[in-house]
Design a protein around this ligand. Structure first.
Ligand code: COA
Length: 241
């Protein structure tokens, strides 16, 4: 168990558990959480003892209610902010992880919350989950990858509607839109995420990682380039055996 202020990180049987842990503020994403999440993502990436990671929110009410509004627009000048992003590209790191990531989503999943979920590969939601991107209503735009990841997952038209209208959607609609893979009763959320994680963790890790890479990287390639990538990764795997 590691000692972070805003995140609980622990490992059990090849599975890493990342719990956003500011339940008094509905797990709002603040600067401290950004710094700690960056360290946690690095640990997931580098630790051969981690095969799958599960992301969840502490408390009964939220996975994450978005950026911490008490820090809203308190960032230093845009130049310094850009410099910080360049030095530490947390969303680039998140999206580059080749291990499978599962999001277990309950309650409010807003702003950065939905964006964190979109950095994961498989999203399970409990029946009480609600999703939204409130950024334009606050005079900002998503800055945790959401403007790129959401349309890639649910298609441009629906993504634009959700972003521009500020409309929140419930778990069933999120499922219809394929934003989440599955909707389950609240008490089943973690057990189902863990069952899935254990199943994946039981497979050959290199094959799992290459399978993820073939699909995720392939999404941004032409079919021809994607097939080349698949052939290359399949070849690497054969050579390993
Ligand atoms: N940043 C900082 N604190 C937040 C927060 C956020 N994004 N979202 C909720 N909180 C805090 C509240 O200030 C409150 O703290 P308090 O108990 O010290 O007053 C606590 O979490 C509970 O939230 P509350 O607003 O009382 O709960 P609610 O059930 O009435 O409403 C929401 C829940 C999610 C509808 C409401 O909290 C909300 O709209 N949050 C902001 C969502 C948002 O715009 N996020 C930014 C996206 S960029």
């Amino acid at each position: 168990m590691s000692e972070f202020e805003t995140i609980i990180y622990h490992k059990q049987n090849d599975i890493a558990y990342v719990t956003l842990n500011r339940p008094h503020a509905l797990n709002a994403y603040n600067l401290k959480m950004r710094d700690e999440l960056y360290q946690v993502l690095g640990a997931i990436k580098d630790d051969p003892g981690v095969r799958v990671a599960i992301f969840r929110g502490a408390g009964e009410r939220a996975f994450c209610a978005g950026a911490d509004l008490t820090e809203f627009l308190t960032a230093p000048s845009p130049i310094i902010a850009r410099q910080a992003r360049w030095e530490r590209d947390i969303w680039g790191l998140f999206l580059s992880l080749t291990k499978p990531l599962i999001a277990a989503l309950h309650g409010y999943v807003l702003g950065s919350g939905i964006e964190i979920a979109l950095c994961c590969d498989i999203r399970l939601a409990s029946e009480d989950a609600q999703f939204g991107l409130p950024e334009p209503g606050l005079g900002i735009i998503p800055a945790a990858g959401g403007s790129q990841t959401l349309p890639r997952v649910i298609g441009g038209a629906k993504a634009l509607e959700i972003l521009l209208s500020g409309r929140w959607i419930k778990a069933d609609e999120a499922h219809c839109l394929r934003l989440v893979n599955r909707v389950v009763p609240r008490k089943e959320l973690l057990p189902q995420a863990e069952r899935l994680a254990r199943r994946i963790a039981g497979f050959e890790p290199v094959a799992v990682s290459y399978a993820k890479q073939a699909m995720v990287r392939g999404l941004d390639l032409s079919l021809e380039q994607g097939l080349e990538l698949e052939a290359k990764l399949a070849d690497f795997i054969i050579r390993l055996h």
